[in-house]
Ligand binder design. Structure first.
Ligand SMILES: Cc1ncccc1N[C@H]1CCCS(=O)(=O)C1
Length: 105
């Protein structure tokens, strides 16, 4: 049921935030210090924003939560070279997340 799913979301988010490769995703990208970001990335998302949405009950189920987490990683792949610090962190975080939430199913 959705209350259990929301408990799962909180566990998953805590795991994402605790990961050593989470640093690029913990807070919103400061588009003033990242030229082109606001133009290229139509729907910015980051872990602190997801936490805020969780707290404000804006996720009705696990699926809605997973859509936002994947948005973080899709934005990262769109903007960052695969062979870059942030690009590699994004791939590692996506792999970690995919494995983690399927374990919890
Ligand atoms: C995920 C991402 N994509 C593109 C550019 C930058 C970022 N993340 C930044 C977030 C704030 C800290 S940082 O500035 O080191 C990295």
């Amino acid at each position: 049921d959705s209350s259990n799913e929301l408990a799962v979301c909180r566990v998953l988010l805590a795991d994402l935030e605790a990961h050593q490769d989470a640093w690029p995703f913990l807070s919103p990208v400061q588009h003033k210090s990242v030229p082109g970001y606001r133009k290229v990335i139509k729907k910015p998302m980051d872990f602190s924003t997801i936490k805020e949405k969780l707290t404000n009950n804006l996720y009705l189920n696990l699926e809605n939560f997973i859509v936002d987490v994947n948005l973080v990683f899709d934005n990262c792949q769109r903007f960052n070279e695969d062979d870059s610090e942030i690009g590699r962190a994004g791939h590692r975080m996506r792999r970690f997340f995919d494995k983690r939430w399927t374990e919890l199913l």
